[in-house]
Design a protein around this ligand. Structure first.
Ligand code: GDP
Ligand code: ZN
Length: 462
């Protein structure tokens, strides 16, 4: 049987595992007729919409009680999917939840694909594409700030902006059409080129501004890849542990590599740091890390931010100097550690080597200087990083970045065409291309393939 968008679908919508309650969500035309025979309590087909109903889920074949439940009945169209939705709230626990899901699946619903509820919300016109993507971002949001960005996107801020861009293009194209109808007037030809040039320039600048926010957006979403480096014994492990302690780290397993890579996230003053190669920094006994510099070289390659530790209670070593050289010109902060001990390092020499880069003094052992470090990271990211544009609209999504980049190029082609004196109807084609590309962001023009790929990234039950 082929899955269609007309099937009634079901899935567990709460995280799997031990929780207070779990919710099995059922959506589609048959949602009520699927659940009703399994429910002992009121007749769900008769209850008012948007009500919660107490009762039991029973197996109609052997009349065994599966669980005590609360069932929400929400009739179309005021629901998440704009279809009839029934949500069964049961008692957490994997066994009960699965048992109920199985009953629903053997009585007329099919298992939802990942993201399928949200896909329906989109197909039924409740969300546009960028809003649907925001739902996914919300689920994954790692800090308050990234939550904010996703919320704004969900509210349609990005969509409104893109729609405005598209409307502007349409207006110009319409004007161009009108002008083309009067080819006998030379002045009109000149006016048309001028109009196209002005609009293309203006839009190009707006889009470039949006793209500037993309890096910041990406970081909020994925975390700033951060490498802690330094020669053995400078305090890398101590710094890592301090960061991890202060901000309850989120640890995720990235499967699919030969050995699972552990990614650790910490939230430093609203900036999510994704710490690179923490396995290499963690060590129980303090064995000397012989491969220190080689390991650092690897970490540096993928880092957005480098925290280079130097022990100020010892003279600068050749290894310190190697690492300073290696990170020259990169996004680096120098941390001068062990300030509780007497200074043995030549500060003037260090300053000369690191140039204008920020030097932060810490005693990680005494937890001093940690606030300054946090403030410096946050300042660098929010104030010096990328200027914020369009206030709260940040581009965080790789697909949006790619489409905006292409649209920006198409507008560049418009301008190049005008400069080369190409006929206006050829220039018009590039303008239309920009319009189409922007439409893909909001899903006003979209392809089925894209949809499938997009929604499959959601977790099950959303
Ligand atoms: P790593 O080899 O770079 O990971 O360094 P560790 O974090 O393992 O630290 C090496 C040693 O220096 C340990 O004994 C730490 O307790 C000590 N240490 C770390 N930070 C400080 C500090 O600020 N002051 C002092 N006095 N000792 C520190
Ligand atoms: Zn270490």
């Amino acid at each position: 049987m082929i899955n269609t968008d007309q099937d009634t679908i079901a899935a567990i919508s709460t995280p799997i595992g031990e929780g207070g309650i779990s919710i099995i969500r059922v959506s589609g035309e048959d949602a009520l007729t699927v659940v009703n025979p399994l429910f002992k309590g009121k007749d769900l087909t008769q209850v008012a919409t948007h009500t919660i109903n107490y009762g039991h889920i029973i197996n109609p074949t052997d009349h065994q009680v599966a669980d005590e439940v609360m069932v929400s009945v929400m009739r179309a169209p005021k629901t998440y999917t704009k279809e009839d939705v029934v949500e069964i709230n049961c008692h957490g626990g994997l066994v009960a939840t699965n048992r109920i899901l199985q009953l629903v699946l053997t009585h007329g619903a099919r298992l939802a694909e990942p993201g399928e509820f949200t896909k329906r919300a989109f197909l039924n016109g409740r969300l546009d594409l960028s809003q649907a993507e925001a739902v996914m971002d919300l689920i994954r949001a790692k800090t308050d700030k990234s939550m904010d960005v996703a919320m704004h996107q969900l509210n349609g801020d990005l969509s409104n902006l893109i729609r405005q861009f598209r409307q502007d293009i349409l207006d110009v194209l319409a004007q161009v059409e009108v002008n083309i109808d009067y080819p006998e007037y030379d002045a009109v030809e000149e006016m048309t080129s001028q109009l196209l040039r002005e609009k293309a320039t203006d839009l190009q600048q707006h889009i470039q501004g949006l793209l500037k926010t993309a890096r910041q957006g990406k970081v909020l979403r994925d975390g700033l890849a951060t490498a802690i480096i330094g020669r053995p014994n400078v305090g890398k492990s101590s710094l890592l542990n301090t960061l991890l302690h202060e901000d309850k780290a989120i640890v995720t397993n990235v499967a699919g590599t030969t050995r699972d890579v552990i990614e650790e996230y910490v939230n430093v003053e609203g900036v999510p740091l994704k710490l690179i190669d923490t396995a290499g920094i963690r060590h129980t006994d303090d064995q000397v890390e012989k491969i220190g510099v080689e390991r650092s070289r690897q970490a540096i390659k993928t880092a957005d931010l480098i925290l280079l530790l130097i022990d100020q209670s010892r003279p600068l070593s050749a290894e310190d100097k190697d690492l300073i050289e290696l990170t020259k010109g990169l996004a680096r902060m120098v941390i001068l550690n062990k300030t509780d001990l007497p200074t043995a390092l030549d500060l003037a020499e260090l300053k000369q080597l690191v140039g204008d880069d920020v030097i932060i003094k810490t005693s990680i052992a005494n937890q001093s200087g940690m606030q300054e470090l946090g403030a410096a990271i946050s300042h660098r990211f929010f104030n010096e990083g990328i200027e914020a544009h369009h206030n709260d609209v940040l581009i965080t999504n790789a697909r949006h970045i790619s489409l905006l980049t292409q649209a920006e190029q198409a507008l560049g082609d418009v301008l190049a065409g005008l400069n080369d004196g190409l006929p206006v109807d050829l220039v018009q084609i590039d303008m239309t291309t920009a319009w189409n590309l922007l439409g893909e962001i909001t899903g006003d023009s979209y392809q089925d393939e894209l949809l499938d790929q997009l929604f499959s990234q959601f977790c099950l039950g959303k």
